[in-house]
Design a protein around this ligand. Structure first.
Ligand code: ATP
Ligand code: MG
Length: 353
């Protein structure tokens, strides 16, 4: 196992409002090929009633991070280190029974595919009512009324009768709404949304996003929102975390990160995104090279083998020294603040127009 000194991990501010506080999280899987370091020293905070966006290429550890927060990993093949503090209580060391109590109650998750969350064999109403009964001790009658109330909230037409439908009788967009109803039935303090609208058409997507925002206002829910879509992120998130190779490489408010990104990986990510209203035939600029191996991650900065700016950093620091991510607004990169700013303005920004 690699030993990392404390300074190599990342720090983030722990505000008084920080409801979820993840510190130096490391998640490793034992596989036949070796140890997969899916999350490698990650720290972040989620405040009550705020949305943290997480972006990053496929395989950067977004889903693993959030499944670990929910305790949904196989303890036999997975090693979890670090802290996941939910209102100060460490979930990494909490017994499974306690995690079970939290799931669906204080913390809930919605996925890209509602069929992974909804069982085909039970009515939608029953699937919304059951966690409510389990966590609040409500009667069957009360829980059914609550399920109808939730279906109404998420905009299902004729909720009184649709409550008895099975998931396959719902359209894709309605299933997504039903899953949101199920996730929010116990007023969770934290909602993890992992690409919740990727499978939906643009109109339905916009409706679901509006719905999430409304429900957040009503319930004061903290949200972790994972997506590949930077347009959606700029609409939904307050803060943004950019992940690469199981680490946070940049963080700040969504405005700061999208308007004045400081990390070469974030520059690549922004350059590879289609512009709103851009000519579809316009070639995108994918980030050259391929995502790093998690079995044998690069030394130093994990992005250095793909970075076009390592020549600007004296010596071989990029390949030998892991750049730290400071508190608050920062990017984990050895370029100086002046270099980050001038490269962005001279080279990157013109490409984003
Ligand atoms: N149970 C497991 N055993 C071994 N490796 C795993 C396991 N679960 C995930 N991984 C690996 O961990 C890495 C991170 O996966 P993760 O699903 O978090 O990526 P992601 O950022 O969510 O990607 P995507 O955008 O495609 O959803 C991947 O390389 C994945 O193959
Ligand atoms: Mg994922």
């Amino acid at each position: 196992m690699t030993t990392l000194t404390k300074t190599e991990g990342e720090k983030a501010p722990t505000g008084p409002d920080s409801f979820l506080s993840v510190r130096d999280l490391r998640v490793r899987f034992s596989t036949e090929d070796g140890i997969v370091k899916a999350v490698d020293g990650l720290s972040f905070d989620v405040e009550r009633g705020k949305t943290l966006g997480i972006v990053g290429e496929s395989g950067s550890g977004k889903s693993v991070t959030n499944l670990t927060v929910l305790g949904l990993h196989n303890p036999k093949s997975t090693t979890v280190e670090g802290e996941i503090l939910l209102e100060g209580r460490d979930l990494v060391t909490a017994p499974e029974k306690e995690l079970e109590k939290l799931r669906g109650n204080k913390v809930a998750m919605i996925f890209q595919d509602p069929l992974t969350a909804l069982s085909p064999y039970y009515t939608v109403g029953r699937q919304i009512a059951e966690p409510y009964m389990k966590h609040t001790g409500a009667s069957k009658k009360e829980a059914r009324a609550r399920a109808i109330e939730m279906l109404t909230k998420v905009g299902i037409p004729q909720p009184q009768s649709r409550v008895d439908d099975y998931p396959h009788q719902f359209s894709g967009g309605m299933r997504q709404r039903a899953m949101i109803a199920m996730a929010l039935v116990c007023d969770p303090d934290l909602l993890i949304a992992d690409e919740p609208t990727t499978a939906l058409d643009v109109t339905v997507q916009a409706q679901i996003l509006d719905l999430l925002k409304e429900l957040q206002q009503e319930f004061g829910t903290g949200i972790i929102f994972i997506t590949h879509d930077l347009g959606v992120i700029s609409d939904m998130a307050d803060d943004l975390l950019v992940m690469y190779s199981g680490r946070a490489v940049e963080r700040g408010t969504v405005r700061e990160v999208l308007r004045q990104p400081k990390h070469p990986y974030t520059w690549g990510l922004l350059s590879s995104m289609p512009r709103l209203g851009a000519d579809v035939s316009q070639a995108l600029n994918p980030i050259p090279g391929s995502p790093p191996s998690l079995l044998n991650p690069p030394s130093g900065c994990p992005f250095h083998p793909r970075c076009a700016f390592t020549g600007e950093v004296p010596g071989d620091r990029c390949s030998t020294e892991r750049p730290p991510l400071g508190e608050g607004r920062d990017a984990a990169c050895h370029l100086t603040a002046e270099q980050k700013q001038s490269i962005f303005i001279d080279t990157i920004q013109p490409r984003l127009r």
